[in-house]
Design a protein around this ligand. Structure first.
Ligand code: GLU
Length: 252
């Protein structure tokens, strides 16, 4: 795991974003609609609901024995809850997938997304992001001994597995246009498909693939990362608090 910023810094940045978050108050009233102070609204409901992955080892993985979700994204969410509400146990978690995370935020099901989510210009049209808290890059996971050594080997007739709603699924079509892409709902399904021989390689962020390679030693990352995937915490757009104010707040 490289380039992990200090948790304190991440927490500060993310808190600043969350101060602008439009969450539902305890009476179900939308903070955005009422234009009341959003931070006050979060304090009012006395909890924060984070959309997280539950099948992504190292970032958000449900521990079957305890039932707890564990990982770097979870630690960040807890730190945000601690900073805003004084108690990390006031962070609540809801499972999201790459496809469901933005709709769930827009619906008000969650207050923020902390789910291996890359900051992109396209997504910035729909949500607001914190600063970068982790730098990943897209890569390939293959069975050890595979003939696929790098993205150049994904030619005609090769099959790549990816997850719906991910940048990885879009990028691979550009970077390996001759390969066919098979999409799945989540990373558990995609890895299961790789193990059952449904594809030659699974593609997503190296950070996620390291978790899979760690879980099953018959699989390994191959080639160099071929994209930049900077992760950010996402919150609802169009909050009353301006971006300018957020920048000022981040220097407090
Ligand atoms: N970071 C990439 C994305 O946001 C891939 C990982 C994911 O699917 O969450 O799409």
């Amino acid at each position: 795991m490289k380039n992990i910023l200090s948790l304190a810094l991440i927490s500060l940045i993310a808190v600043v974003m969350l101060a602008a978050c439009g969450s539902k108050g305890s009476n179900g009233e939308s903070a955005k609609d009422s234009k009341k102070d959003t931070l006050a609204a979060i304090k009012d409901q006395d909890k924060m609901v984070f959309g997280v992955k539950t099948d992504t080892r190292l970032f958000g993985l449900k521990n079957p024995s305890s039932g707890d979700i564990e990982g770097f994204d979870i630690d960040i969410a807890k730190q945000i809850a601690k900073d805003i509400l004084g108690d990390e146990n006031k962070a609540e978690f809801k499972e999201v997938t790459s496809k469901t995370r933005i709709p769930m935020l827009q619906n008000g099901d969650i207050d923020a997304i902390v789910a291996t989510m890359t900051i992109t210009d396209e997504r910035k049209k729909e949500v607001d992001f914190s600063d970068v808290y982790f730098e990943a890059g897209q890569s390939l996971l293959v069975k050890k001994g595979s003939k696929i050594k790098s993205i150049e080997d994904l030619g005609k007739g090769s099959k790549v597995l990816a997850v719906k709603g991910s940048t990885s699924s879009q990028n691979i079509r550009e970077k390996a246009p001759d390969a066919s892409v098979l999409e799945f709902e989540n990373y558990t399904e995609a890895f299961t498909a790789l193990k059952s021989g449904q594809g030659d390689a699974l593609t997503t962020d190296n950070a996620i693939l390291y978790g899979m390679a760690d879980e099953n030693k018959n699989y390994q990352l191959t080639g160099e990362p071929f994209t930049d995937e900077p992760y950010g915490v996402a919150v609802k757009k169009d909050n009353w608090l301006s971006q300018k104010k957020l920048t000022l707040l981040s220097k407090r």
